[in-house]
Structures are given as C-alpha cells and as structure tokens.
Design a protein around this ligand. Sequence first.
Ligand code: E4P
Length: 211
Amino acid sequence: MQIFIDTANPEEIAEANSWGVVDGVTTNPKIMLAEKGCNFRERIERIVRLVDGPVHVEVTTNDWQEMVEQAQGLASWHRNIVVKIPMGIPGLKAVNQLKRLGIKTNVTAVMSVNQALLAAKSGADYASIFFGRIGDMGYEPVQVVRDAVRILSDGQFDSKIIVGSIRQLADVNRAVLAGAHVVTIPFLLLKQMTVNPKTDETIAEFMRNWQ
Ligand code: E4P
C-alpha cells in the first residue's frame, strides 16, 4: 500500500518526503485555500519537483466539458499530475473522455460503494473515498472501503482506492486494514504517527543508562 500526503505546503511535503514515507501528494481547493496567496500553477510546479510520484490536482468546475479542458491544462504542467474530478454524471463523462486522451484521473468525494464502482468502470485511475465525511453522515467508513476494494479486485479493475478525509490516527489503521491501496494523510497526523509516550520514556531511559 502507499502513503500520500494531503497538503499543498512545500515545507510539509519536503519534510515528510525526507523521512522516506511519501509516495504522492493530494490537493483540493480547500487545501489550496489554506496556502493563502500562493500562485496555483507555481505551487503545483514546485510540488512536482519535490516528490517523485503522483501529484493530484482538482478541477474547479461542475461542467464536464470544462472539466476536460481544465484537466488537459493541468496535465500539461507535468507528467506526474493526476486530475481530480468530482463524482457525479458530469465527472464520469469527463473521466471517460480523459481516459481516451491518456490523462490520469482520480474521482473524488466518493462516499459510497456504488460511486466507487462507477468511477472505476468509467476508467478512473483512482477513486477517493472520504473516510471522515462518511463517518460524519453516521455510516461506517471501514465497510465502504472494504467493499469498494473487494469489488474492484473481484471485477479486475485497475483503479486504486485512495482513502482521504483522515482525521485521527486510528483512521489510518482502519483504512489500511480495510484494504485501501493508498491513504492520504495530513502532515500533522503523519508527524503524530511517529510518536508514542512509551517510546520517549524508553529512549530517555537508555540515554540515562548511557550517561
Ligand atoms: C483528499 O484527497 C481529500 O480531498 C481530502 O482528504 C478531504 O479531506 P476533508 O474531508 O478533511 O476536507
């Protein structure tokens, strides 16, 4: 399985990448908004230079023809760019078209197994299941991820399930155990994954022993 970082902050990306744990990057309009004042294209071009892996960038329209146009523009910036397309009928039309043009896509804001199946069938390279947001609706996200992964595997689809909207450390473990091909994690949580109070206590004990 792969770990992506869910941020457009170059310092965070470079730091996590230096730990050897980053296979790719995901962004979205909300993540870009957090990077106040940055130039969109310059920022994405900086990110693709930082990580040797897919960088996911989202279109900003609900019209399928505009999605195709925007996707062609985004994909022309760098060979590692994967275009995020919102789930829905316009999104599926766009993905179907982009597949023919050889542009990689990630159908995003997927909340159900039905949606993941259609994303895969339409030719998406990835489907992004929003773990935290599914939980917000009162549903069990583990079940959605597990069933979607199984359906894609049984149906011999090449599409990968990315689990995003990760809010807690336990979400990472639950998503991985459910079979997610990729989990995309915010930097703060990636940092928290390194920490355990018993580890700190043990290292401090060994340092004292050495003294
Ligand atoms: C990643 O690809 C998603 O866009 C992101 O994880 C969504 O996270 P949120 O639900 O916290 O906005």
